[in-house]
Design a protein. Structure first.
Length: 383
């Protein structure tokens, strides 16, 4: 009997297939590009359902209307939130309009809603960010909230948008606060991905983490100049970094470059009514400080302490929140803060991607002490 060949230990190995949702199929960016994007939109459908917010619709219409010329478009508001009730109403609107495409225009919640409706109805989606507050225009992910704006769960989508249109002229109409919030949200890519990726030796994971470092450095170096000259060269670079490069990192890194404690803190804080007017990226930016404080409290990390002090200075220059008082929680009760911490620590929460266990009590201690001096002993959770 012929001897069967053996496979060397270093030979071919089987592995589980990995599905990656890396990027939109097409990205159009520039000044005035939305008015010129009609052909690209029409390739996806002739009866788009346009999902956005009521408050900003008048200013958005003048940018969007030329791009919808010749199409049978219908606008509908996602209000009050990207919630199950709104999603049910919007699915009915898709059927009633006989929509063959979805177009989302607005901030993160409008875009998350549009992406999720497109996923649920198996239609192509176009995302048009009206600010640089998040990277939602890029990603294959939607967050679902209650009607009152409290985070409930996220949904991984089958693909990134078919078309992303980043019109600098439209983004420039947004309040500067939204770009500051976008900087805070984008900064989290480094502080979370560098933790959640662990010691991975996979090429794309390494690339994603290194891109997160580049993103952080761009924001450190150029944010002040960008805010000083809206519409200028540095402003466009920071907009690109917050909307596009932040999305690239999630696409490259996938499940191994996850959100960690910074976003878990955001999710918990959405359940406190007092900070509902605080933007997503502002809560996330505060959450980065909390994550670094946790590393100090639970691991004694001096590197985290130094990083937190660096961020505190940077936040002060930009106007990002540095403590509970700056997210409208200066008068928060112990019970309320404990509630947010318990939600952030629920099973399945992103906070469990940290390499150590965190209790709600430890999380409260971190939240109340984000501005302590370097080397100060942990503050007890007794606000």
């Amino acid at each position: 009997m012929a001897q069967q060949p053996t496979v060397p230990a270093h030979g071919p190995q089987t592995c589980s297939p990995i599905t990656m949702m890396m990027a939109p199929a097409q990205v159009i960016r520039g000044s005035g590009v939305l008015a010129q994007a009609g052909e690209a939109i029409a390739r996806l459908g002739s009866r788009p359902l346009v999902i956005g917010g009521d408050r900003d619709r008048p200013s958005q219409d003048r940018f969007l209307a030329p791009g919808l010329t010749g199409l049978t478009a219908q606008f509908i508001s996602y209000s009050p939130d990207c919630s199950e009730a709104s999603l049910a109403r919007l699915r009915a609107a898709v059927a009633q309009h006989r929509a063959d495409a979805i177009l989302g225009i607005g901030g993160g919640k409008a875009l998350d809603t549009a992406k999720l409706i497109a996923f649920q109805t198996d239609l192509p989606v176009v995302t048009v960010p009206s600010s640089a507050a998040t990277c939602a225009a890029w990603t294959a992910l939607s967050n679902v909230y209650s009607d009152a704006g409290a985070f409930r769960y996220d949904v991984a989508l089958a693909r990134c948008p078919e078309l992303l249109i980043l019109d600098y002229d439209l983004v420039a109409t947004a309040p500067q606060r939204t770009l500051v919030a976008g900087i805070g949200d984008a900064l989290a890519k480094w502080y979370e991905a560098s933790v959640s990726s662990g010691s991975s030796e996979q090429t794309l994971i390494i690339a994603a983490v290194q891109q997160a470092r580049v993103l952080r450095d761009i924001l450190f170096q150029k944010s002040a100049a960008a805010l000083a000259e809206p519409g200028g060269a540095e402003w466009r670079e920071v907009v690109d970094a917050s909307v596009l490069l932040a999305g690239v990192i999630g696409g490259l890194g996938g499940a191994q470059c996850r959100t960690v404690a910074a976003h878990a803190v955001h999710n918990g804080l959405t359940h406190l009514l007092a900070c509902h007017d605080i933007l997503h990226g502002e809560k996330v930016a505060f959450g980065i400080l909390v994550q670094l404080r946790l590393e100090e409290i639970c691991q004694g990390s001096q590197l985290a302490a130094a990083a937190r002090q660096q961020l505190l200075q940077f936040y002060g220059e930009l106007g990002l929140p540095r403590d509970l008082g700056e997210i409208n929680l200066g008068a928060v009760t112990v019970a309320e803060l404990q509630q947010a911490a318990e939600i952030a620590c629920l099973p399945g929460s992103d906070i469990h991607h940290l390499p150590f266990q965190v209790s709600p009590m430890e999380l409260v201690a971190a939240m109340v002490s984000t501005r302590v001096s370097r080397g100060t002993a942990p503050v007890a959770a007794s606000v």
